[in-house]
Structure formats: structure tokens, C-alpha cells
Write a protein that binds this ligand. Structure first.
Ligand code: ANZ
Ligand code: ZN
Length: 789
């Protein structure tokens, strides 16, 4: 090879092949372990773009750095291959999802291999593999047995034109994503998971996680704990009472009307005959809207149902209305309305001419509340709740926004839910020995117009004997959501081929929890919350011994193009393929790190990679030309400064500034090489080792150029000598009466007396004939001579 030019194609091809044969991440029983995990992708037809690479490069740098620090790193990769993206692609292109997924996985894998991340392909897994989803089904069964999975009628998105159930993401804005038709609601039997049982633990345990604060806040808000009270309102002329949830019991005396959610069971009972027709129509219309639409700021609507409640504070009779801004599934599904202090209630009262009473003044002091006037409103919350509790009309309570998880899908491409419905025994779990319940291969996987999964049409799959009594029974035909596999896949990588258990105790204690998890912030709530829920459940049933799956989380920013997020669907994705061909994988890796602070979004510059390519070419020349020079103090200092900067900035994950440190110090070395005798071998070796996690191929090649036969990744991460970081010269400003007269350069370790002497000497001519009054020395910075002339 011509050593004069940096031939990235030849170098990268060579080392990719070499690493296949001799992996650099070698398992050693005694090595400390590190689990560095990427969020696994869902394979789709378009392949990866450079935006996906950003996170993968980042985690690979962390993994390789750990290898150089003597760790064995678990760095696996797999496929989140069940779910809508694959199914919809298959339907559109008329290929079976099975084949579509296989093709995509092959394409993704080729690209990931070209990135040369140190993935352990022996541990590759796919959520669609029966050996994997056997355990996805097993976990569901354990939840079912613990009472955490239950059936419920739930309103689902329904497109009347396509006649299919739509996922929320296919029904955004109330329009069917396929045909643009109106989406309505349809009640269907669903399997639910009781994640709300874990709400308090999911909230409390956030405190100990080394996660971005932003993500912890999003989870806390999603769980949405509110402190408040339940208050009972008697209903005029009825035995029933209305229990409301409020966060402001202090405003009780300002409650001038009540609103029930249209779906509330009391609506039918309380509505008077003359209001019935209008109420029924309103209830029907509300049922067609999504919660998001109902919560949106818009003109308030509602109907008086003819009944009255009694305010337990002042005994006043107040009207009961229905309105869609009150949600059926939050709190108790009905509210006391305080138009003097709640914005939505205020709007409603104005529109319908209902009374508005202020009960807390601008200073937070209670008014118009006999018995409580003059009290601070925070104290009033407790006092009013206590007053009601004493009468048996209320109690303090907390409330969560988190809802139970709708866990079934009426689709083909998912894990079958392992249950059997028997006329005599009810719902019967599939015996664990019969798992997995294999997803049958079918020709027609389109959603059906009955709202059932296409599996319902495969009669020889559906009809089975009941495992309990042996009579004819039917399989559950709903499948699991895409989240099911991703909620626990990180456990399986530690023990991917275990046939007897989801994970062995030994594998779990060796590898888990995950040390570092890298992925996009779009997973801040759903995936990351579900994974935490599953882990806590598996802890509760003794499968694992830890309650939190991911010790540290990093969210990389997105790569945008002209300010728009790079994405497959928008068609503005830049493929890594041509860039690798023209500039090489190493240059692309560097550019993706150099593009900006990794946690922030960054705008892609088509020519940005050229700078990184030039930098690597400079390193190439430097090492090839300069290896025999003698070590000087200056070279040694550059070397230690580089170790310090790279280690320190890498520790803070400031990877863009790591790359600038490389560029800066390499420029200094190149200058020295140009004018002097060149750069010494120790400095070049250090440069190459430090560079290896970032640009692994060129580093291996240069390590060989420097005369080594082993891999650069078999070396240790260099340590810096703090002594070498001190600069050895200082610049002293010399002043006379505060005016700068001179700058002098002195040895950094010079003592005060010597500095003053040198300063005096530098301006000796100016000092002649004047009377020196005072000498002021600011160490390392300046000497000021105060004189009388
Ligand atoms: C009286 C009141 C007075 C309220 C006031 C607020 C301010 P968070 O913090 O979100 O928990 N609310 C209760 N259930 C509701 C439902 N199903 N749909 C819509 N709104 C509901 O909010 C709790 C507050 O939201 C409750 O406190 C209730 O209004 C309303 F100055 O009661 B409040
Ligand atoms: Zn039975």
C-alpha cells in the first residue's frame, strides 16, 4: 500500500475482515463487565439513514472506550420486528410480513456491519422469533395469574369506511390515516394490564435513576400524581350521591354548579324527562370524540340535565350539567365547578350564565367561606377536608393520570395472547409447557371488518380443546402490542439461548441491570415506562433481583436537514452508503460526533464530513512520517494534554469537543513535524490509542504502522500525568503606575523575588531616575511598579 495517501477503502475492508476473525471484545471471566445497550430498531424497508447512526456510533464509542479500560462489554443488537410498521408495509406491497421483515433485517444488518460497531451478533434476537416470544407470552401468563391482566370493554378508534380498528397513531386528528375518513369510537372487549398498581413505585423510584432530568420529569408528569380530596355531594330528591375529585377543596364554597362526564353512569338516572332527548344526543356526540379533542381549548358545550346537587359547605342547591370537558376515566368522572378559580369552569359559567363566586382573594386568603375566612388557602385545603371528613362527607386522596394499559390489538402481526376461552371454565391460560403459541402463517393478514383480529378467521388454529376440561374451546385471537417485546428484550440478550428460563440467575447477576442505555427521546414515556413496569413485575415474581432496568440513560438528539427531522417517511434521509464509499466509515463516525453536542438536535451539512476526512488524512501522514523523532518536553506536554482533554470530555459525553481536542493537538503536532525533527513514537502511539474508539479502522492500521502486531484494542486507555498539564511558561504584564509597559515570558515555577527582578530589568530604562514607592505582584499575572517621578 502507498503509505503516502490515506486509502480508507482498503483499510476499512481489511480491518472489518480481521475483526470478524479475531473480535476485539473478548470475553474473560475475570474482566469487569459493562452492558452498553442501544434501543433496538424496528426493521423497515428503507434501511438506516445517518440519523439512526448517531446513537449507534455514540454507544460504540462508549463500548470501545470500556474495552480499552479492561472491561468485557456486552453490546448486543436485535430487532423489534412485530407491529404496525412491518404489517402496514406488507399490506401495501403485498408481501407477507414474515418475508418483509427478513428482507429488512438483512439490509439493516449489512449497514450496521459497515459501521463496525462491536456488536455481539451471537446474541442477536428478534421479537418475532418463537424462541423469543415464548417468553413474551410467558410473562403475560404470569401477569394474568397475578391478576394484572384483565378484560374490559374499551372504546377503540374505528374507521367506518375501512371497517377496521385503528391504533391511536393511525387515527391522529380524528382522521383515518389510510382513507382520510372520519374516525369514530367503538366499544370492544380488550385485554388490559394493571400498570396503575405500580404507579407509586414507578414514580418514587425515578429519584435514584441517573437519567436526563427532562425524561424523569416527563415520566413523572405521565404518571401524574395529584393530591386532593374526594367530596360527596348529595343529590336533591335522589338517594345517590355524587363524589368528585378535587385538588382544591379550599374552594368548596365557590362551587356553584356540577358537571358529569357524558358517559357517567348517573347521567341516565338523574336526567329529567324533558331534558332526555337533548342529553341523549349530546352523549352520543361526545362518544365519537377522542380525549385529546375533548381536552383541547375550544368553545365549551354542555347541557343541564334537570337535577340539582347540594353543596356540603353552604347547603346551596346547584345545577348539574354534562359536558365533554370532563373525562369519564379521570378522578371520579364528575367535578364540582368553581368558576371563580378554575379557567375551564369560568368559561363554562360565562357561556351558560351560571353564578361566579370568588372564595380566595388575590393574596391567597380565603373569603366568602363562613368559618374559614381569613385562612391561607393552603391551610384551607386541609381544614375543609377535615371538616368534611368529620361529617363523613369527604377524605384526603391522591389521584394518578396514569391509566391501565390497553394491551390487545386486533391485528395479525403480533404475539398471540396465550389464553383459551372455554364455555365451562371461562378464560384458561395455555399451559406453560405448550408455549409458545405460534403465530400461524396465513395468506390473509389484512385487518377484518368485524373488529376482530384476522386470526379469528383461521378456524383450525382458533378451535382447540380446553386445557382444563377438554371440551371444544377457542383461542384468544387478539395479539399483543409492539411494546410487549421491547418491554423486556434487554434481559434476554444476557441469556439469548436459554431454553429453560427467560434468563438464568447467573446471567442476570452477571450482566444486568443495563449500565448504559442509548436511544431517542421519543421513547421517554411509553417504552421506558413499560420496561420499568415489566422489570418491577419480574422482580416481584423473583425472576430478577433488581427493580430498575437501566442505570444510566442517554438520549441523543436528532439529525435534521434544513431544520426538518431526518426521517424515512419524509424522504429527506441521507444514506450512509455513499458516504462510506467516498469518505469511509471512520470519517462518517467522526462527523456524526463532531456535528454538535450529542444531546442536542443538529443540522446535517453535506460537506461537513470533508473536514473529518482531512483530519484523518493529517493523522495518517503524521504517523507515517514522524515516528522516529526524539521525545521533547513540548511533545510530552501535548501528549498529556490530549489524554486529559479526550478522557475528561468523553467522561462528560461531550463528544464533539473530544473531536475538536484531537484536531487542535494534531495541528500542533503537524506544525512541529513540519519545522522540526518530527514526532516521537510514544506520542504517536498515544494519539492512535485515544483515537481508536472513534475511528477504529484507521487506528488499527496505524497501530500496525507503528510496528505492533497485536490489536490497538488490546492496549490500555492511557493515563495523563497532572504535572505535564501545567504550562511551563507564564506571561507577566509589567506596569508602571497601572499602565502596561511590557510583557515578559518567564518560567512558570519562578519565585516572587525573581519575577520582580526580571520585571524590573525589562523596564530598567524607564525606571531610571525615579523613586520606587511600591512593588505589587499578582502571581502569574502582573507586576506593577508604583513610582514617584
Ligand atoms: C375544583 C377546582 C377548583 C379544581 C379550582 C381546580 C381548580 P389535576 O391537577 O389534573 O389532577 N377534574 C377532576 N376530575 C376531572 C375530570 N374527570 N375531567 C376534567 N377535569 C377534572 O386536576 C384536578 C382538577 O381537575 C380537579 O380539581 C377538578 O377541578 C378537575 F380552582 O376541582 B378541581
Ligand atoms: Zn373448559
Amino acid at each position: 500500500m502507498d503509505k503516502g495517501i490515506y486509502n480508507h477503502r482498503q483499510i476499512e475492508k481489511r480491518w472489518r475482515a480481521a475483526w470478524e476473525e479475531r473480535p476485539v471484545n473478548v470475553y474473560r471471566e475475570d474482566a469487569p463487565k459493562f452492558y452498553c445497550l442501544d434501543m433496538f430498531p424496528y426493521p423497515s424497508d428503507k434501511g438506516l439513514h445517518v440519523g439512526h447512526w448517531r446513537g449507534y456510533v455514540l454507544s460504540d464509542v462508549l463500548a470501545r472506550h470500556k474495552i480499552l479500560q479492561g472491561h468485557y462489554v456486552l453490546h448486543p443488537m436485535g430487532w423489534d420486528a412485530f407491529g404496525l410498521p412491518a404489517e402496514n408495509y406488507a399490506i401495501k406491497n403485498n408481501v407477507h410480513p414474515n418475508e418483509a421483515v427478513d428482507l429488512s433485517i438483512a439490509a439493516f444488518k449489512r449497514q450496521l456491519k459497515e459501521m463496525s460497531a462491536v456488536y455481539d451478533w451471537e446474541r442477536e434476537l428478534s421479537t418475532t422469533d418463537p424462541d423469543f416470544y415464548r417468553w413474551t407470552q410467558w410473562i403475560f401468563l404470569q401477569m394474568y395469574k397475578k391478576g394484572l391482566a384483565y378484560e374490559k370493554e374499551m372504546p377503540l378508534n374505528w374507521c367506518g369506511d375501512c371497517k377496521i380498528v385503528l391504533a391511536n397513531e393511525e387515527a391522529a386528528g380524528g382522521e383515518c390515516e389510510r382513507c382520510g375518513g372520519a374516525v369514530t369510537k367503538r366499544n370492544l372487549r380488550q385485554w388490559m394490564l394493571r400498570i396503575t398498581d405500580y404507579a407509586e413505585r414507578l414514580l418514587a423510584d425515578l429519584a435514584d435513576l441517573d437519567w436526563p432530568e427532562k425524561v424523569k420529569k416527563m415520566q413523572a408528569e405521565w404518571i401524574g400524581k395529584s393530591y386532593g380530596a374526594h367530596i360527596d355531594f348529595a343529590i336533591d330528591g335522589h338517594a345517590e350521591k355524587m363524589t368528585v375529585f378535587t385538588t382544591r377543596p379550599d374552594t368548596l364554597f365557590g362551587a356553584t354548579f356540577m358537571v358529569l362526564a357524558p358517559e357517567h353512569p348517573l347521567v341516565a338516572k338523574l336526567t329529567t324527562p324533558e331534558n332526555r332527548a337533548a342529553v341523549d344526543e349530546y352523549v352520543y356526540e361526545a362518544s365519537m370524540k377522542s380525549n385529546v379533542d375533548r381536552m383541547a381549548k375550544k368553545d365549551k358545550t354542555g347541557i343541564f340535565i334537570g337535577a340539582h346537587a347540594i353543596n356540603p359547605g353552604n347547603g346551596e342547591k346547584i345545577q348539574i350539567w354534562i359536558s365533554d370537558y370532563v373525562l369519564a376515566d379521570y378522578g371520579t368522572g364528575c367535578i364540582m365547578c368553581v368558576p371563580g378559580h378554575d379557567e375551564r369552569d369560568h368559561e363554562f359559567a360565562l357561556k351558560f350564565g351560571l353564578p361566579i363566586v370568588q372564595v380566595v382573594d388575590d393574596n391567597g386568603v380565603m373569603i366568602n367561606s363562613p368559618g374559614f375566612d381569613g385562612m391561607d388557602f393552603e391551610a384551607g385545603k386541609t381544614a375543609i377536608t377535615a371538616m368534611l371528613a368529620a361529617k363523613g362527607l369527604g377524605e384526603q386522596t391522591t389521584n394518578y393520570k396514569l391509566r391501565d394499559w390497553v394491551f390487545s390489538r386486533q391485528r395479525y402481526w403480533g404475539e398471540p395472547i396465550p389464553l383459551i376461552h372455554c364455555e365451562f371454565c371461562g378464560t384458561v391460560p395455555v399451559p406453560e409447557a405448550d408455549l409458545p403459541v405460534i403465530l400461524p402463517h396465513v395468506a390473509s393478514y389484512q385487518p377484518t371488518d368485524t373488529g376482530e383480529s384476522p386470526l379469528a378467521l383461521i378456524s383450525d388454529w382458533v378451535n382447540v380443546p380446553c386445557p382444563a376440561c377438554g371440551t371444544d374451546a377457542k383461542r384468544e385471537t387478539n395479539t399483543m402490542p409492539q411494546w410487549a417485546g421491547s418491554s423486556w428484550y434487554f434481559l434476554r440478550y444476557a441469556d439469548p439461548k436459554n431454553n429453560d428460563a427467560l434468563i438464568s440467575e447467573k446471567a442476570a447477576s452477571t450482566w444486568l441491570p443495563v449500565d448504559y442505555y442509548v436511544g431517542g427521546v421519543e421513547h421517554a414515556v411509553l417504552h421506558l415506562l413499560y420496561a420499568r413496569f415489566y422489570t418491577k413485575f419480574l422482580y416481584d415474581i423473583g425472576v430478577v433481583k433488581f427493580e430498575e432496568p437501566f442505570k444510566k440513560l442517554f438520549n441523543q438528539g436528532m439529525i435534521c436537514r434544513h431544520g426538518v427531522k431526518m426521517s424515512k417517511s419524509k424522504g429527506n434521509g441521507v444514506s450512509p452508503d455513499e458516504l462510506i464509499e467516498s469518505y469511509g466509515c471512520d470519517s462518517l463516525r467522526l462527523y456524526l460526533l463532531f456535528i454538535g453536542p450529542p444531546e442536542q438536535d443538529a443540522d446535517w451539512d453535506d460537506r461537513g464530513i470533508e473536514g473529518c476526512y482531512r483530519f484523518l488524512s493529517r493523522v495518517w501522514r503524521l504517523v507515517n512520517e514522524g515516528k522516529n523523532a526524539a521525545e521533547t518536553r513540548e511533545l510530552k506536554q501535548i501528549r498529556h494534554k490530549l489524554i486529559f482533554d479526550v478522557s475528561n470530555r468523553l467522561g462528560q459525553l461531550s463528544l464533539n469537543t473530544v473531536i475538536s481536542a484531537f484536531m487542535e493537538q494534531t495541528n500542533k503536532l503537524a506544525d512541529i513535524a513540519r519545522v522540526g525533527a518530527g514526532v516521537d513514537k510514544a506520542t504517536l502511539e498515544t494519539l492512535v490509542i485515544l483515537l481508536s474508539p472513534f475511528a477504529p479502522h484507521i487506528a488499527e492500521e496505524l497501530w500496525e504502522v507503528l510496528g505492533h502486531k497485536d490489536s490497538v484494542f488490546a492496549q490500555s486507555w492511557p493515563e495523563y500525568d497532572p504535572e505535564m498539564l501545567k504550562s511551563d511558561s507564564m506571561t507577566i504584564v509589567v506596569q508602571i503606575n497601572g499602565k502596561v509597559r511590557e510583557n515578559i515570558h518567564l518560567a512558570a515555577d519562578m519565585q516572587k523575588e525573581d519575577v520582580i527582578a526580571a520585571a524590573k530589568e525589562s523596564i530598567a530604562a524607564r525606571l531610571a531616575d525615579s523613586q520606587l514607592v511600591k512593588e505589587i505582584y499578582v502571581p502569574g499575572k502582573l507586576v506593577n511598579f508604583v513610582i514617584k517621578s
